[in-house]
Design a protein around this ligand. Structure first.
Ligand SMILES: C[S@@+](CC[C@H](N)C(=O)[O-])C[C@H]1O[C@@H](n2cnc3c(N)ncnc32)[C@H](O)[C@@H]1O
Ligand SMILES: [Zn+2]
Length: 353
């Protein structure tokens, strides 16, 4: 038998619980339609439970490949019976640890984050961020409360009042259970409040955080993984890297992909054009990848290289060209005629040491 229910609690009380949650369908439908607008091809859900939300998402996005994950193998094997489609795949995965190389168009979760304490919430958001492709859509449904404590209390009370229904059905046990859950959601290390939650999302890297819909305590929230930098023509030389947002001093602007190691022989075989992108570090040759390979030199650079990243030396404004200091390059005999146009331009750039 297929059991319906919230996450781990696959219980026969689901139908009764839904009576105290009047917005279920509206929230699911709105989420599914938002994903439809995005025209996504791939989707990953964390904590799919018995797949109620997943079913709606599939219904409105039948061509999209869905990977539904949950930490509990029993939950997954149950959901497999409930949701059968060539485009829905299942995986037992821990939302706090899961890593994938694939960048999904959309990452999502429904009523999962609010069950964790602060540290785990942040971990889960990091998992979701890393599973999302640049430009992708983050969309969640969860209990996220308004900043105003008076409003907050009113919304709690409205929900508590709904639980009176369980008395009418002769289920004080269920009422007690739900009230306990409510109390837990309200504890300071757990409660999700709009502004602090927005800050948490932004610190993980999400941008354009928006509340799409609020229904009492429930919201549909969307955010994006945006491009930090773009590559375009530069006044210094050829193409360059430009800030697509503001950066604070000390922030990582560009992470290098250093997976393309080369031997001295490989380097000799490269075209003149490709040779421009070879960096020599710790006696190793690396063929730099985009976008890092397009960082030009400036004698007044706004980043420095640290741990295979370009880090902001000062605050950088959206639109500024990202520049590094090529004299830090370790390539023996490196020399370049500089066109950086900064006031303190050295003219000829050579290896520092
Ligand atoms: C790592 S690439 C940088 C991206 C390059 N502009 C491009 O379009 O491919 C290194 C090459 O950029 C050019 N370059 C970077 N900074 C420069 C500068 N300040 N003045 C002149 N040429 C520069 C040099 O030709 C160098 O070999
Ligand atoms: Zn210069």
């Amino acid at each position: 038998m297929v059991k319906r229910g919230f996450g781990k609690e696959l219980n026969k009380d689901y139908a009764l619980i839904l009576k105290t949650w009047p917005y279920e369908k509206e929230l699911h439908t709105k989420t599914a339609l938002e994903i439809q607008k995005f025209n996504a091809k791939s989707f990953i859900e964390f904590g799919c439970g018995s797949g109620e939300a997943t079913a709606f998402i599939h219904k409105y996005n039948p061509g999209m490949k869905i990977l539904a994950t949950d930490v509990d193998p029993a939950v997954i094997s149950n959901a497999k019976h409930f949701l059968k489609s060539k485009n829905i795949f299942f995986k037992v995965a821990d939302a706090l640890k899961f890593r994938t190389d694939k960048g999904y168009d959309v990452v999502s979760s429904s009523h999962v984050i609010h069950n964790f304490g602060r540290a785990k919430q942040s971990k889960m958001l990091k998992t979701m961020y890393s599973a999302l492709r640049t430009g992708g859509l983050f969309i969640i449904k969860d209990k996220i409360l308004p900043d105003d404590p008076v409003k907050r209390e009113r919304l709690w009370q409205r929900q508590i009042d709904r639980f009176k229904l369980y008395d009418e059905y002769g289920r004080p046990d269920l009422k007690k259970k739900m009230l306990e859950h409510e109390a837990k959601d309200k504890s300071p290390d757990v409660i999700l409040i709009e502004t602090p939650f927005r800050k948490m999302l932004e610190s993980v890297g999400f941008r354009d955080v928006k509340i799409l819909l609020r229904k009492d305590r429930d919201v549909i929230l969307t955010a994006r993984k945006t491009f930090d930098v773009i590559v375009k023509r530069s006044k210094i030389e050829g193409r360059g890297v430009f800030a697509a947002r503001d950066f604070k001093k000390g922030e990582i602007v560009v992470k290098w992909d250093v997976s393309h190691r080369l031997t001295a022989k490989d380097v000799k075989r490269l075209s003149i054009d490709e040779k421009k992108y070879v960096a020599y570090m710790d006696h190793k040759y690396i063929l730099m990848q985009p976008p890092a390979r397009y960082v030009n030199h400036s004698c007044d650079a706004n980043t420095y290289a640290k741990d295979f990243c370009d880090v902001a030396k000062r605050d950088i404004k959206k639109g500024e060209e990202i520049t590094g200091d090529y004299s830090e390059d370790e390539t023996p005999g490196f020399e370049m005629k500089c066109n950086c146009r900064s006031r303190n331009c050295k003219g000829i750039i050579r290896r520092k040491t």
